[in-house]
Design a protein around this ligand. Structure first.
Ligand SMILES: Cc1cc2nc3c(=O)[nH]c(=O)nc-3n(C[C@H](O)[C@H](O)[C@H](O)COP(=O)(O)OP(=O)(O)OC[C@H]3O[C@@H](n4cnc5c(N)ncnc54)[C@H](O)[C@@H]3O)c2cc1C
Length: 550
């Protein structure tokens, strides 16, 4: 009997793969009101921890997606992160103990299955989201004005899903990427590591809280795995087989020096991963796109693999919104590859350079490393080779005539606390909402023509003026959670901590324009330059003119 075939499911976006990147993209698109279908190969959520760290930018993205408090509740701040040699001397020191520029703790430790449970609950709370677990996408066809995907369930029944766009968030061995036929750039970084997740039976003080032991006898990672959990990673040594390494007996033997035994801890799992560094050359082909591990892989030493995938989702979501709603042409989606694949070079570069520090076993290379790093006093910016800056590549950015970004364009914007005119106090995003933001230190009404205002309204931009605290505004209610979306007339943002106004003055910006993914489109030193900056923005967004009535 031929396998059963179900009638087509219509949706705006089909997401293939329901790891953290697919989940975040689902939430972001559902918040815009789109019908999102998800096909996930496994019937159950993947139960084993992988990622353990996310940064302040990603915390900000979680908050904008409406899960900031829930994710913070399952995370703990990372504090210090030390890299030490065989003698215990510090080669690199990262101080991640305070808030990062995104306004959230600079580094946060968590357990990936707990995060995925939070994200799944949020995604599935939207009536426009349908998640099919146990459906493996196996055939995909771009039909020009829509995409048809076939997914097979466990009993073998086939299901056709018709979508306006498909995004492959289907991990390292992405089927969607294979279908797109894109090339891969591979840095040839391959090391096998044994990953052990441990739940100690009692609380213990770990100092430093996160440690990399750059000991050539056994390079080792000892970090938090989120509240109540610890993670150990041990590199496979030359001559050692995976079978010798990946078993419980070896796991407990390697944990013994840390005073961990089956009597005082549970070994949640042991597994060997091959760390790699590579990225796809194209992240879009017509109506088919890829994000997350499907688009890039990196060793985990900087804790940036999942973070980078969530940046992809944040970059893609607002662009898909503009295209799906008919406001921008689909050329806007080409900027997804160009912006993100340039930016990812920072995360990959950092991860590989850190990998090159710890994965050394040759005594001469280790001695040379120690000499260089000890001389640099543990300061990563002096000890590590130059790494591409975390700036978006060509796309929706203000550029000069030669195409290079002007000033802050393409860089991540910082976030501080503000008070609204109604007295709500909190982080900017939670008090005023997210989306495009045109923020200034002066009154913009003289330069904002009615035509410009209409365009800003069309892209959901809000216009904000920062003011000093004063008697006119009495801060009151603290804003804890949720994102007040939407545009409107000028809003007042009281700079309660003196964060924005001194920074803007020092940087010489009278107006800044920030995109929904928190990256700067650009800035101008005087409000008179704003109309030209906004005209450039609208052109770069490939905004389709509204049909003129009559
Ligand atoms: C040891 C280790 C430590 C790490 N530490 C960190 C860290 O500290 N910080 C950090 O940011 N990152 C870290 N990472 C990386 C992070 O885990 C990944 O980048 C992240 O899980 C990628 O998410 P994703 O959603 O893109 O892919 P995945 O989580 O791999 O999800 C892909 C999903 O797609 C599904 N799928 C695949 N094919 C199909 C198909 N044909 N049809 C339907 N579904 C399909 C899979 O079943 C899977 O559920 C670490 C990784 C490892 C291995």
């Amino acid at each position: 009997m031929p396998p059963a075939r179900s009638a087509g499911t219509d949706c705006d976006v089909l997401i293939v793969g329901y790891g953290p990147v697919g989940q975040m993209l689902t939430i972001m698109l559902a918040r815009y009101g789109y019908r999102v279908s998800v096909a996930e190969r496994w019937a159950e959520a993947y139960p084993r921890p992988r990622a353990v760290h996310y940064d302040d930018e990603i915390a900000r993205v979680f908050a904008a997606a409406g899960v900031g408090e829930e994710v913070a509740a399952i995370s703990q701040p990372s504090g210090e992160y030390d890299w030490r040699n065989a003698d215990g001397r510090t080669l690199l020191h990262f101080d991640w103990s305070s808030a990062g520029p995104g306004g959230w703790p600079a580094a946060n430790m968590f357990s990936q299955p707990r995060l995925e449970a939070v994200l799944a609950a949020k995604a599935e709370s939207f009536p426009t989201v349908g998640v099919q677990r146990g459906w493996q996408a196996s055939v995909i066809e771009d039909c020009g004005d829509h995409v048809v995907t076939m997914a097979r369930d466990a009993p073998g029944a086939e299901h056709l899903i018709r979508a306006r766009y498909v995004v492959g968030c289907d991990g390292a061995n992405s089927f969607v990427r294979e279908h797109m036929g894109t090339g891969l750039t591979d840095l040839g970084f391959f090391y096998d590591w044994l990953i052990l997740d441990v739940i100690p039976h009692s609380e213990r003080e770990w100092r430093p809280f996160n440690l990399q032991m750059c000991d050539p006898r056994r390079p080792t990672t000892v970090v938090s795995g989120g509240p109540g959990r610890r993670r150990w990673e041990f590199m496979r040594l030359p001559g050692e087989t995976i079978e010798e390494l990946n078993n419980e007996r070896t796991a407990w033997r390697l944990l013994e020096p840390w005073n961990l035994t089956p009597g005082n801890a549970d070994l949640e799992r042991h597994t060997v991963y091959t760390f790699q560094a590579r990225w796809a050359d194209r992240w879009r082909e017509g109506r088919i796109l890829i994000a997350g591990d499907a688009a890039h892989l990196m060793p985990p030493f900087a804790g940036q693999g999942m973070c980078s995938g969530i940046r992809d989702a944040a970059n893609l979501a607002w662009k898909l919104d503009l295209v799906l709603s008919g406001r921008s042409s689909d050329r806007l989606l080409d900027t997804y590859t160009s912006e993100r694949s340039a930016h990812i070079q920072n995360a990959i570069g950092m991860s590989v350079e850190l990998g090159n520090v710890i994965c050394l076993t040759d005594p001469a290379a280790v001695a040379a490393r120690d000499e260089i790093m000890l001389k640099a006093g543990g300061r990563p910016e002096r000890a590590l080779p130059p790494i591409p800056p975390p700036v978006l590549g060509p796309g929706v950015l203000s550029t000069s005539a030669d195409g290079s970004p002007v000033g802050v364009a393409g860089q991540l914007s910082p976030q501080g606390r503000i008070a609204s005119a109604s007295g709500a106090v909190g982080r900017f995003d939670q008090v005023l909402g997210t989306g495009f933001v045109v923020a200034s230190t002066v009154d913009l009404s003289p330069v904002l023509t009615s035509e410009l205002r209409a365009s800003l309204e069309r892209i959901g931009a809000q216009v904000v003026r920062f003011v000093e605290p004063g008697p006119a505004v009495e801060p009151g209610t603290a804003v804890q959670n949720g994102t007040a979306a939407g545009a409107g007339p000028e809003k007042v943002a009281v700079d309660v901590d003196g964060f924005y106004l001194p920074w803007l003055r020092e940087a010489g910006h009278e107006v800044i324009v920030v995109r929904p993914d928190f990256y700067f489109f650009g800035a101008v030193p005087a409000a008179a330059g704003l109309p030209a900056l906004l005209a450039e923005l609208l052109t770069k967004m490939d905004l389709i003119r509204e049909p003129v009535a009559g």
